[in-house]
Design a protein around this ligand. Structure first.
Ligand code: DGJ
Length: 723
């Protein structure tokens, strides 16, 4: 619900449990409060209008001080706000000051569409949208700051549309999507890492000055995820305040927290300004990607579940979202590049015998690719490996009643490829400068429509020919020497944003052409794990690190923002190919069960006892995967020896707990693991014994003793409905 009090200039945006207060003071919009739903009366003091000498009464004599202290809801550069601005635009005369004054607002029941970008959608849910119009007359710039409230959640989607209503072009140097102004002590949580070590949580105090994360490599990146949370020092999984921003965008991003001289913190997120500038012609608009704002006063657990529910219901469009996903075997860690049609069909036969549903042929099926140094761009069958062709292979797989999935890296071109021979200029490059090589490949200049069309057509041909049900869309190098001949010199900084728009356009086109196609996004593991990608694919490959113990940590970090049901998770060989650790076969399955579930190993090398275990694992998947897809997720425990999590069914009568023992210790007391989210007065049955919900939440469940390292237990509890 949105309430507007025209007399006081106060806008109150109510979600189920939160309220955001926006207030117009002297023509500028401030954010005096965002947090728990409480009743507020006086809010001027939160806008710092009562603090001398920063008083509006002293305007214009003290306007600089006013701007530098006021909690601007959409801060701009140049008039005395010396904190980080959200908006900066250079005008015809070279100046870049813009004073965005409030000139009005409007409200809509429908959520306005953001052209060309992924965005939250409103299916089965009422929404309300508030648009604030902020204007700078000299520059002719109108900023529409857009907040959409979803009736079924505590998430607010925010984006900004900039219109050039002036006569001359304006250079947009910085157009961030969102800003929050918060009071009091805060700590910042970010998800950081690198290849095979993605999204490890860092929590640190927000001090004076600017603390920022971001990416400038063309993707949202392995290094920092486009997500931040600000929490109170006392916030835990189950209590305390947490505010969040998640970016619905997959390109270069920037997020920062800045504590100012009055101990107020502003948190912002948007397209990275260092690699962005946009010429906005007269009469044209620029739309920022959306940020999903989140608040919970009941700890990080509730905070994450807010995001999980919202992403599942309002970001992931795929019809597979709530469906049981096919259990697949992926050829990558099974064969790498070393396969042919015979090996593939053997793998398919074994997969069928084990009860799997899909064979995914990963890298190496095209051009003349035998290692990572050739053929990207040549999306036609590798005749040496599959001489009978893709159509034949598709038929063979279908005859076995299996589905076929295929790997592509559509954004890339190998120097050793037919495509590069024909179009050397299609690689992203700066004329007369060498291209920095990475994984022996270059990036295609997808900002050019003819290149997009070529890629779409060559992919569509194979998908059609071999009746492909699933594609893994990979992206294995970062963008360097960003430049495109399709733009004039002064517009080169539009490249990165145009590039990611192009990626979105091709994925959208594929989904329109093949409505049953399932896309799994991937970027050298989890280098583009973000809400932008989830708009096109119900799942993203979480990491190339498939070791169960590491993976449990990666999945827990990822779960801070993203629902487990979208995390690509496979059971791989032992010792693990990336880190050499040995873990129990069932532990690997228990971890994969908390994601999309599948196999990434040579099934033909399995012993008979392991084949039987595979059949048991698949039974577990069919029995419990509805809990991963539809249930609520709880992080229960994470320390040097153990990791534990829980899924609870929507009606709380089914509980699935996973406990991983990373490292055993002798003579430990029996672990009583406290569960969460149960019906307190219901009776839960586990291992033939009866416990009450409140008992399991207050005292805990006795976890069976486990022997060794890298082992795990799966505990399934059901409630007798005897409340
Ligand atoms: C990186 C991916 O993350 C892997 O799963 C695999 O598909 C390779 N690329 C193939 O080159």
């Amino acid at each position: 619900m949105i309430r507007i009090d025209e007399k006081t200039g106060i806008f109150a945006l109510y979600t189920k449990h939160t309220v955001m207060i926006l207030q117009v003071v002297d023509g500028f919009v401030g954010m005096p409060y965002y947090g728990e739903k409480i009743r507020l009366a006086e809010t001027d003091y939160l806008c710092r209008t009562d603090i001398r000498p920063f008083t509006p009464e002293q305007l214009p004599g003290e306007a600089v001080s006013f701007h530098s202290a006021f909690p601007h809801a959409y801060p701009f550069y140049g008039c005395g706000n010396f904190r980080e601005p959200a908006f900066r635009a250079e005008q015809q005369d070279g100046s870049d000051t813009c004073c965005l004054k409030y000139i009005g607002c409007s409200m809509y029941k429908q959520k306005p569409k953001i052209p060309q970008l992924p965005q939250s959608f409103t299916k089965n849910c009422n929404t309300e949208t508030l648009i604030l119009y902020l204007h700078d007359e000299q520059a002719g710039v109108l900023a529409e700051v857009i907040y959409t409230l979803f009736q079924d959640s505590d998430i607010i989607a925010q984006s900004v549309r900039i219109q050039n209503q002036g006569e001359y072009p304006v250079m947009l140097r910085r157009v961030l999507s969102s800003c929050l102004c918060l009071e009091g002590e805060l700590e910042l949580i970010t998800l950081n890492g690198t290849w095979a070590r993605e999204r490890y949580m860092q929590r640190e105090p927000v001090g004076y000055g600017v603390k920022s994360i971001g990416s400038i490599n063309g993707a949202s990146s392995h290094t920092h995820n486009p997500f931040i949370a600000a929490v109170r020092p006392e916030t835990t999984e189950t209590q305390g305040e947490a505010w969040g921003m998640a970016f619905v965008y997959s390109g270069n991003f920037y997020a920062c927290a800045e504590k100012d001289f009055q101990d107020k913190t502003q948190i912002m997120m948007g397209i990275h300004p260092d690699t962005f500038c946009w010429e906005l012609e007269s009469g044209k608009s620029f739309y920022t990607p959306e940020v999903l704002l989140n608040y919970s006063c009941r700890g990080l657990g509730r905070f994450s579940r807010n995001y999980h529910d919202f992403i599942r219901n309002h970001i992931i469009r795929s019809k597979y979202q709530y469906q049981e996903r096919p259990v697949l075997v992926n050829s990558w860690e099974a064969f790498y590049f070393d396969f042919d049609s015979e090996k593939l069909l053997h793998l398919a036969d074994t997969a069928l015998a084990c009860g799997l549903d899909m064979l995914v042929i990963d890298d190496g099926w095209f051009g003349h690719r035998d290692s990572d140094d050739s053929s990207l761009g040549d999306w036609f069958v590798n005749e040496k490996k599959i001489p009978q062709g893709m159509e034949w292979l598709g038929e063979q797989i279908q005859e076995r009643n299996l589905k076929l999935g295929l790997w592509f890296e559509p954004e890339m071109i190998s120097p050793d490829s037919e495509l590069f021979q024909a179009h050397p200029d299609w690689a992203v490059q700066i004329p007369d400068r060498s291209i920095t090589m990475s994984r022996n490949q270059y990036v295609l200049d997808l900002t050019r429509p003819e290149i997009r069309s070529y890629i779409f057509r060559s992919m569509a041909d194979v998908i059609h020919e071999a009746d492909i049900s699933y594609i893994k869309w990979d992206m294995n190098r970062q963008i360097t020497e960003a430049y495109t001949p399709s733009l004039p010199a002064h517009r080169q900084k539009e490249f990165f944003h145009r590039y990611i728009l192009a990626v979105y356009e091709i994925q959208e086109r594929l989904l329109k052409t093949f409505p049953d196609l399932m896309i799994e996004n991937c970027a050298g593991g989890g280098g583009r794990f973000d809400c932008g990608m989830l708009y096109y694919s119900p799942q993203i490959w979480c990491s190339d690190n498939t070791d169960a113990c590491d993976r449990a940590e990666i999945q827990l970090g990822t779960s801070l923002c993203y629902p487990p049901s979208c995390m690509g998770a496979h059971i791989s060989a032992c010792p693990n190919h990336i880190i050499g650790r040995k873990t129990d076969f069932m532990t690997r399955a228990h971890v994969a069960l908390a994601g999309t579930f599948g196999y990434e190993l040579d099934l033909m090398r399995m012993r008979q006892s392991e084949i039987q275990q595979i059949q048991t694992q698949i039974e577990l998947y069919h029995e419990y995967s509805h809990l991963t897809r539809e249930g609520s997720f709880y992080r229960l425990l994470q320390n040097a020896c153990h990791i534990a999590w829980e899924f609870a069914s929507p009606n709380r009568t089914e509980i699935l707990v996973t406990v991983i023992q990373i490292r055993n210790k002798a003579n430990q007391p029996r672990m009583h693991l406290k569960l969460q989210g149960l019906l307190p007065d219901s009776f839960y049955i586990f291992d033939g014994k009866v416990y009450t919900g409140s008992q399991l939440m207050r005292i805990g469940i006795p976890v069976p003793l486990m022997w060794g390292d890298g082992v795990s237990s799966l505990l399934y509890l059901t409630a007798e409905n005897k409340e």
